[in-house]
Design a protein around this ligand. Structure first.
Ligand code: HEC
Ligand code: HEC
Length: 84
């Protein structure tokens, strides 16, 4: 195998590893605490949309604003996984 081919393979593996790891590393999951327990149950029984209806009761309210760099805050559970 040529050195160039080998480098391409290494670059490919590095890219896959990066894409694989990146979302899990940076996006916090739905917390496993008493505050969020009812929404975990709701998610498990009725799905993402049912649970997401309540997130903005707290998040995004005065005193709990989203960070300025936060993506468009809809469909919370697509990014903030409810499962570990
Ligand atoms: C009753 C108010 C309330 C509701 C409703 C609520 N949260 Fe939270 N959330 C909090 C509070 C308080 C914190 C910060 C302390 C903590 O981690 O529990 C928090 C923290 C978080 C964090 C940050 C965790 C971290 O590691 O930084 C995420 C993500 C989150 N909530 C997602 C959600 C999602 C998704 C929903 C809707 C399914 C939701 N929350 C509904 C009060 C709420
Ligand atoms: C497109 C993906 C995406 C969606 C949709 C989304 N978030 Fe986030 N959220 C993120 C990422 C990425 C971060 C980490 C940002 C950072 O640490 O700078 C984050 C961070 C947070 C935090 C922690 C903020 C802090 O101060 O550390 C909370 C709480 C949160 N999101 C709640 C929510 C809620 C509630 C919703 C739905 C109303 C929501 N998010 C929708 C991607 C998303």
């Amino acid at each position: 195998m040529k050195t160039r081919d080998l480098l391409l393979v290494i670059a490919g593996i590095a890219l896959v590893a990066f894409l694989w790891a990146a979302p899990e590393e940076t996006t916090p999951h739905l917390p496993r605490d008493t505050t969020h327990a009812p929404y975990l149950t709701l998610f498990q029984q009725e799905g993402k949309k049912a649970a997401e209806a309540f997130c903005k009761d707290c998040h995004g309210q005065p005193g709990m604003e989203f960070p300025p760099e936060h993506p468009d805050p809809n469909r919370c559970l697509f990014c903030h996984k409810a499962t570990p």
